[in-house]
Write a protein that binds this ligand. Structure first.
Ligand SMILES: [Zn+2]
Length: 270
């Protein structure tokens, strides 16, 4: 599932090609995503100029001249790619958007948990419950204290709570906690000030490194130009159960927490 670094990578790979173009054609081949694509989707997009691409958590916001927004969420398996007009379509290419008659942006999503919708900024109700974006606005130590105060849930579950911090999924929550030396099951409200400081630093460092390396290509994730990320080569704990810790050689442990595979070093993370 694409997380914040993968969505940011896609944003950065689209931006130079897409911002400043006009949408000249829209073909919806499959409406049944997480929510059906609205009947007027194509009509509202045709002719619009794309003025910017923003990101909030895992949402991409294509800003259109006139104040409308094309909101995109990649769900579990969604991707956006750029190609030349006339490139043969693939099975799960659900939405095909032509830009300036010279470039095609295709939304592909085998499992169809993604979302595509056009609305005015104020009508983007999906974003009302999306928490702060920790990449563009990392919490200060005071804000970390407020985030965890009195919270009994495991710190890993809090990191993945999209209403608090938007965009962090299972891979990066595991990696941040390793880098901070904090065990995933620790009660969020029980973390000491120095642990919160380390966690804040680890969060910023992991996200920055992952964006720098173009995200993690676990299954078939690619940026808009078809390039895979390489942060998976740097994973210290994620999907490394039984393998030696990169820091102390203790075997990495796997548990299930909140229904998700959770990996940690029993020695480095207390
Ligand atoms: Zn270790």
């Amino acid at each position: 599932m694409p997380e914040l670094p993968e969505v940011e990578t896609i944003r950065r790979s689209l931006r130079p090609h897409v911002v400043g173009t006009h949408i000249t054609d829209v073909a919806v081949r499959e409406r049944r995503l997480r929510r059906p694509i609205a009947a007027d989707f194509a009509r509202r997009l045709r002719g619009a100029a794309i003025t910017e691409i923003d990101r909030r958590g895992k949402y991409l916001l294509f800003r259109l001249a006139g104040g409308q927004v094309l909101l995109v969420h990649l769900g579990m398996t969604g991707s956006l790619s750029l190609s030349a007009p006339g490139t043969p379509l693939e099975t799960h290419d659900h939405v095909v958007i032509t830009l300036d008659r010279s470039l095609v942006m295709t939304y592909n999503d085998p499992r169809r948990f993604g979302l595509m919708r056009v609305a005015a900024d104020a009508e983007l109700t999906e974003l009302a419950t999306v928490g702060r974006d920790p990449f563009t606005a990392a919490p200060s130590i005071h804000e970390w204290r407020a985030l965890v105060r009195g919270r009994k849930l495991p710190i890993k579950s809090l990191l993945m709570d999209q209403r608090r911090l938007a965009g962090i999924g299972n891979i990066y929550a595991n990696e941040m906690l390793f880098r901070a030396g904090v065990r995933p099951r620790r009660r969020a409200g029980g973390l000491r000030a120095e642990e919160l400081t380390r966690l804040g630093e680890a969060l910023s460092a992991v996200l920055a490194d992952a964006v720098e390396l173009g995200g993690s290509s676990i299954s078939d994730y690619r940026d808009a130009n078809g390039r895979p990320g390489s942060f998976q080569m740097r994973h210290a704990v994620y999907d490394r159960a039984g393998k030696p810790c990169l820091s102390c050689a203790t075997p990495i442990k796997r548990i299930v927490l909140g229904g998700r595979s959770t990996f940690y070093c029993p020695k480095c993370q207390q």
